[in-house]
Design a protein around this ligand. Structure first.
Ligand SMILES: [Zn+2]
Length: 132
């Protein structure tokens, strides 16, 4: 019974397209008009839903920076809370030992994005030396 539902879904999906028995099937990336995958189009697609947001403005600026890709991707990972900080490791059941979930700088608090960027007293010293 569930297979019939899947067939109906598939049929309704492909009804909007012109299918030809004379052409080979192929993969096309919808993010580009030429159908070829690009990292830039994938990145834009990920943030399309937030295109007028502060987050997207920041990401648009950082995308154009001439820096290593790991630096370019960092803001996106921060906005999505994808940094492997202690709280995320706990959330994903990644066991690194209970003492290792704490902040590596001050050792006094659970390592979270908020702590690493704004609350850690050691990082605060670094921020103040840069912008103070
Ligand atoms: Zn800390």
């Amino acid at each position: 019974m569930w297979e019939l539902e899947l067939v109906n879904k598939l049929t309704s999906y492909v009804n909007g397209y012109n299918l030809s028995q004379f052409m080979e099937d192929s993969w096309l990336w919808r993010g580009e008009t030429n159908g070829c995958f690009s990292v830039k189009s994938a990145y834009c697609g990920m943030f399309e839903q937030h295109k007028d947001s502060f987050e997207c403005e920041i990401l648009a600026v950082t995308w154009k920076l001439k820096v290593q890709s790991k630096i370019r991707f960092l803001p996106g990972m921060v906005f999505r809370n994808k940094i492997p900080a202690g709280d995320n490791l706990i959330h994903r059941n990644i066991d690194i030992g209970i003492a290792n979930y704490n902040c590596k700088f001050c050792l006094n608090a659970l390592e979270t994005m908020e702590h690493l960027l704004f609350r850690c007293p050691i990082i605060t010293i670094v921020w103040n030396s840069c912008y103070g």
